[in-house]
Structure formats: C-alpha cells, structure tokens
Design a protein around this ligand. Structure first.
Ligand SMILES: NC(=O)C1=CN([C@@H]2O[C@H](COP(=O)(O)OP(=O)(O)OC[C@H]3O[C@@H](n4cnc5c(N)ncnc54)[C@H](OP(=O)(O)O)[C@@H]3O)[C@@H](O)[C@H]2O)C=CC1
Ligand SMILES: O=C(O)CCC(=O)C(=O)O
Length: 411
C-alpha cells in the first residue's frame, strides 16, 4: 500500500472513531491545492537538466500551511500528498496554529554541486513564490535539504515580495533562524520517547537503541539518547550500518562521519548489514530515514519493544498490524517527530515579533509542547479505547474538523 493510501486509511479510521460527518471527511481528505512545476537549470558544464518540483498544500483551517521541502530521487506526487496530509494532523496534534503542506523535487542532491543546488532551489522558488508566504504557506527543511536551502528560498522570495524572514523556517541563525531548530526534531523525539517510557515505568538510561538514518534527525536523536545514558547499539546511513552491543560512542561516530562522510570504517563498532538494522536486538527502534521501511516482509522479525517513528510514515499498515499483535508499542510519526515543526513555529513567532529567544527557552517550551501533546493523545486513547496512532489521529483530525466547521462554507 503506498503512503497516500495508508495515510487515507488511518484518517478514515479516525473519522469513523470520531463519528465525523461524511461531507467533512471528504473535504478534509482532498488537498487544498497541488502544485507541480518544471525546474530546468544549466549544470556546471553548461548542459541543461530538468526536474519536477511539487508543493502540496493540504489544509489551512487552523492557520498557514506548514511543512518541509524534500530533495530525493523518490519524491513523487502520492508521497508528497501523504506527507502534506500528515503535516495537517501533526500541527494539530502539537496544537500549533498551522495547517499542513509538503514539497519536494525528484533529484539526487548528492549528485549536484553547491551551485547547481542553489540554481535548482532558486528556479523552484520562482515557480512557487506566489503561492507561499508568511501567512499562507511556510516551507522548512526535510530530507536532502537544510538551512542553506532555506536561505536561498528566503533570498529568492524576497526579490519578489521584499525581505520576509518568516516565509521559511529552519534558516541559518544569521538570517533569523531559531536557536535549537537544527536539533529540534531529534530533541523532540527524545522528549516524546521519555514521555512514553515514563508511562511504562522506564527511562532512557540503560535501554538499548537502534537508529536508522544518521542525518539531521537521526544524529541528534542518537547524540541526545547517548548523553542521557541510553546505549545506542546500532546506527545506519545510506552508506552502511555499524553495531556495538556495548554501546557506540556517538560523539566519536559523529566526528568520523564528519571527517569521512560515511559510517563505514568506524573503529568503535563492527560492520552490520544495513538490512539487519531494523531487526537488531534492542529495546527501542528509531527509524529516522525513509518512509515504508517497516513492512510485512520484516515486521515479524523486529525485536524492539518500542518503535519511535522519527521518520515520516516509516511503518506501513501491514507492519503496523503485525507489530501491534506482537505487543510492540509504536509512537506515531505525527507526534514523535513533531518537535521540528514546533520549533519552526517558535522561529516564525520570533521573526514576526522581531525578538530572539535563548536556546534554553526554546528547549523548555519544546518539552512543554511535547509533554502536553503526549497527555492529550493518551486522553484520546482512553476515551476511544484505541492505540497511540489512533489516539494521535483522532486528536489531530478532531481539532481540524472543529476549526473547519467553525469557519463554515458560505461563499
Ligand atoms: N528535518 C526535520 O526537521 C524533520 C524530518 N522528519 C523526517 O525525518 C526523516 C529524516 O529526515 P532528515 O534527518 O531531515 O533527513 P537528512 O537528509 O538530514 O538525513 C537522512 C538520513 O537518512 C539516511 N538514509 C537515506 N536512505 C537510507 C537508507 N536506505 N538506509 C539508511 N539510511 C538512509 C541518510 O544517509 P546519508 O547520511 O548517508 O545520506 C541520512 O543519514 C524523514 O523521514 C523526514 O521526513 C520529520 C520531521 C522533521
Ligand atoms: O518544520 C517544519 O515546518 C516542517 C518539518 C517537516 O517537514 C515535518 O515535520 O515533517
């Protein structure tokens, strides 16, 4: 089942649990707007190359649409649609005043030079600048993009509309980015995990963690679990995987990856087949890379007791069912990785106020939002007798449906 079918299925199930009117259900499933643009750039050698860029704006009933921009070869319309819809429920679960959107370009960012990436980002921005904005749709980084990408979008957008730092979040600090945004998704994952573990009478200290992906989210989550006394026993990236049952020194692994660009050849751990990362012996499995990695094929072999969905849509519905039957507790993406967009909200607020928070304030507020959202989800689980995924979906969908009804449909 593709990402969109799976997301729609979860949404419909939540709508059924909530007893949502079928007309509202239908209106919430159809995206507000889907944008598809051609992006042609000259490569450094002068040859032309064309890419397809997407921005799907799913819903704006609770505020401006919000979500990342992904550069990855597998970016395709259905997945962007699913990710945009997930953003709508995620911002509602986090209770921040936004709707949902997502964008992307089907490209391999590692095969493009710095100046090619800049040209591609600027052309994409030229094609969508009229449809994004501080109060309409606010992009941010996702897989394959970063603060530099946001700086180019901000600069290109400002040529058309005047200087507007709040048009993107996840910017460099020098351009109005928020302290703590770079770490925010990983830090939010850790706060979310702590809230879940506390419910089970456990804490991070002494538990074992396997982490798929060592980019923005995975590396920060690994570092913060490690610093709290968690034992990170396996880590992977696109180049391979490493394993040490006694715990990997994450600071040393970060230095190694910075120096070599890969995890392979790290002296503090053994080589592991990447396919085995998800089925490693561990207490907590944290997918922090692509969607759909937990499927019917491998879910039965997962040995973790907890799965924390730091990536978007890492678990397909078959895997969801298999894992639940095995008693594995899954913390769903629309809550587990909401720390990134929550600090994006803080960044947007700081830009609008023209006032910069210190990092302690950002992290304290992030923890407050993540902890509150967890208790709100648990409340939905109790009132509707459902698992954490449906607790999160019903919480998000209910808030969006209420806002939609209050705004009405009169032309
Ligand atoms: N950035 C953010 O604020 C947020 C991100 N997310 C989600 O988190 C996930 C990761 O995003 P982010 O960290 O930003 O992306 P990055 O591009 O920073 O990192 C992605 C990581 O995944 C690795 N990777 C890619 N393919 C594979 C694979 N097949 N097996 C193992 N590792 C792989 C990459 O390897 P390599 O390092 O070798 O390239 C890299 O380490 C995505 O699902 C994203 O949507 C969710 C909320 C917010
Ligand atoms: O920070 C943001 O606005 C969005 C981050 C994102 O793309 C996500 O949460 O999946």
């Amino acid at each position: 089942m593709n990402a969109l079918a799976a997301t729609n299925r979860n949404f419909r199930q939540a709508a059924r649990i909530l007893g949502l009117d079928s007309k509202i259900e239908k209106s919430l499933m159809i995206p507000f707007r889907e944008i598809k643009v051609e992006c042609t750039i000259p490569k450094d050698d002068g040859t032309l190359v064309s890419y397809v860029g997407f921005r799907v704006q799913h819903d704006n009933s609770r505020g401006p649409m919000k979500g990342g921009i992904r550069y990855h070869p597998e970016v395709e319309p259905d997945e962007v649609n699913a990710l945009a819809q997930l953003m709508t429920w995620k911002t509602a679960v986090a209770d921040i005043p936004y709707g949902g959107a997502k964008g992307g370009i089907g490209c391999s960012p590692k095969d493009l030079s710095f100046s090619e990436l800049e040209r591609l980002t600027r052309v994409f921005t030229q094609k969508i600048h009229d449809l994004i904005g501080v109060n309409t749709d606010v992009p941010a980084p996702d897989m394959g993009t970063n603060a530099q990408t946001m700086a180019w979008i901000l600069d290109e957008y400002s040529k058309f509309h005047g200087y507007s730092p709040a048009v993107v979040t996840g910017k460099p600090i020098d351009l109005g980015g928020s302290l703590g945004r770079d770490a925010a998704t990983g830090r939010g994952v850790v706060y979310a995990t702590e809230a879940l573990l506390a419910e089970h009478g456990k804490s991070v200290k002494g538990l074992t963690f396997a982490i798929q992906g060592f980019g923005n989210v995975g590396s920060w989550a690994a570092k913060l679990f490690h610093e709290r006394g968690g034992k990170v026993v396996a880590v992977s990236d696109i180049t391979g995987a490493v394993r040490n049952p006694n715990g990997i020194d994450i600071h040393a692994l970060l230095q190694h990856k910075d120096a070599t660009g890969k995890l392979a050849d790290f002296s503090g751990a053994d080589v592991l087949n990447s396919n085995d990362l998800l089925t490693q012996e561990c207490d907590v499995l944290v997918p922090c890379a692509l969607g759909g990695v937990l499927s019917r094929e491998n879910a039965g072999d997962v040995r973790a007791k907890f799965v924390i969905e730091a990536a978007n849509h890492p678990t397909d519905p078959d895997a969801d069912e298999i894992l639940s039957k095995k008693g594995v507790v899954i913390l769903p993406d629309i809550y587990a990785n909401a720390g990134g967009v929550t600090v994006s909200y803080f960044e947007w607020v700081q830009n609008i106020q023209g006032f910069m928070w210190d990092e302690d304030k950002v992290n304290t507020e992030l923890k407050r939002y993540m902890t509150k959202a967890f208790h709100n989800i648990k409340g939905m689980c109790q009132s509707h007798d459902c698992n954490l995924r449906m607790g999160a979906f019903t919480l998000g969908v209910n808030r969006v449906a209420r806002a939609t009804l209050l705004r009405g449909w009169e032309a």
